[in-house]
Design a protein around this ligand. Structure first.
Ligand code: ZN
Length: 140
């Protein structure tokens, strides 16, 4: 077997390096080396996760800002329509602006409804699982 005997920097146990050349840089025995690789991988996953959460937070913030901006645009549009009116256009202009505002609201409500439905769906599945368990208990 090639290699030289060295003391592991982590656990202090003597181990044989893979080759004599590797003796120059190999500082850990195989188990310790493996464990360190693993914890490095864990660290990088955690780091990536926290980056993802940060990015998600940023995105939500931006969407919230945008939707506030949207509200302002809609009311600006309405007051714009109101000030630029000639008599004939009154109804149509206000109606258009209202229509736009309503469409925005509808989109928001649809999204909220979907969230609510998904939540209920999950709860139903959980309830169903519980019922099945109870029935199985009763059959014993
Ligand atoms: Zn070791």
């Amino acid at each position: 077997m090639a290699g030289i005997i060295k003391e592991c920097r982590q656990c202090g146990i003597n181990f044989r390096t893979k080759t004599i050349k590797a003796g120059a840089w190999q500082a850990y025995c195989n188990p310790c080396f493996g464990a360190r690789q693993e914890s490095n991988a864990e660290k990088s996953i955690k780091k990536r996760q926290s980056h993802m959460f940060e990015a998600l937070d940023d995105r939500i913030k931006r969407i919230e800002e945008k939707s506030q901006h949207m509200d302002m645009l809609v009311s600006a549009e309405i007051s714009n329509a109101l000030t630029n009116l000639s008599n004939n256009d009154l109804f149509n202009s206000v109606n258009d602006a209202m229509q736009k505002a309503l469409e925005e609201k509808k989109k928001q409500i649809d999204a909220d409804n979907k969230k609510f439905k998904d939540k209920i769906q999950k709860q139903l599945v959980m309830l169903n699982n519980k019922l099945v368990k109870i029935m199985q208990e009763m059959e014993k």
